[in-house]
Design a protein around this ligand. Structure first.
Ligand SMILES: [Zn+2]
Length: 221
């Protein structure tokens, strides 16, 4: 029987990275995130990393073929022989098609877990975040409001909003997700591989649900 591949889908701000780390260790599957792949390849100055840097330095998106090369290189390592959990990949339909081809050739068992969180909640979660430059504490205007307006509860220093967390920047990421990645829901749904989990809850409940759902493989490829 082929390797087990779990794909975790979900919009930015859904807490996907944290859930993927926990789920990977609970399922004993290496957590393969495209963010980490990029960082490692760049840090180690691999041939792939150098190619990717060229695109990033000029502000262009790293092309699918290069992302795929990095990914397939990573999942060919011995620790992925029994399977792995993908976080941040695939991001586009062409990536999904290339992955599907490879996984079919290897007889992999595939499962797609989809974290569902409404845009309004994502925007509220992200744009309400304030962080302390002094101690790194993160608070939220609504969920963990500072006792003194604008000041960190832990050290009293000023709380600021990260530029990534503004409605403008985050909204752009969200629209990009809708345009490029959201179509994957229909793609995997048509293949009867998609299992959705309500991500609009406390992280602990979401994790339990993900773990339970992962235990109920819907279909094998
Ligand atoms: Zn602080």
């Amino acid at each position: 029987m082929g390797e087990r591949v779990v794909i975790l889908l979900g919009p930015p701000g859904a807490g996907k990275g944290t859930q993927a780390t926990r789920l990977g260790s609970a399922l004993s599957l290496p957590h393969v995130s495209t963010g980490d792949l990029f960082r490692e390849n760049l840090k180690n100055n691999t041939a792939l990393g150098l190619k990717a840097r060229g695109f990033m330095d000029s502000g262009r998106l790293v092309p699918d073929e290069l992302v795929l090369e990095m990914l397939f290189d990573r999942v060919s390592k011995p620790d992925c022989a029994r399977g792995y959990l993908l976080d941040g990949f695939p991001r586009t339909i062409p990536q999904a098609e290339a992955l599907e081809k490879r996984l079919a050739e290897r007889g992999a068992r595939v499962q797609v877990l989809n974290l569902v969180v409404p845009d309004t909640l994502l925007l509220e979660r992200i744009t309400g975040r304030r962080s302390c430059k002094s101690c790194g504490n993160i608070q939220h205007q609504k969920y963990s409001p500072p006792k003194t307006a604008g000041k960190c509860d832990k050290c009293g220093a000023e709380l600021t909003q990260r530029s990534d967390d503004t409605a403008e920047v985050f909204g752009k990421r969200l629209s990009e997700y809708h345009a490029l990645t959201r179509p994957l829901e229909a793609y995997y749904s048509a293949r009867k591989l998609l299992q959705s989990v309500d991500g609009a809850r406390a992280p602990e409940s979401v994790f339990e649900d993900l773990l339970r759902t992962a235990g109920q493989a819907k279909e094998h490829v």
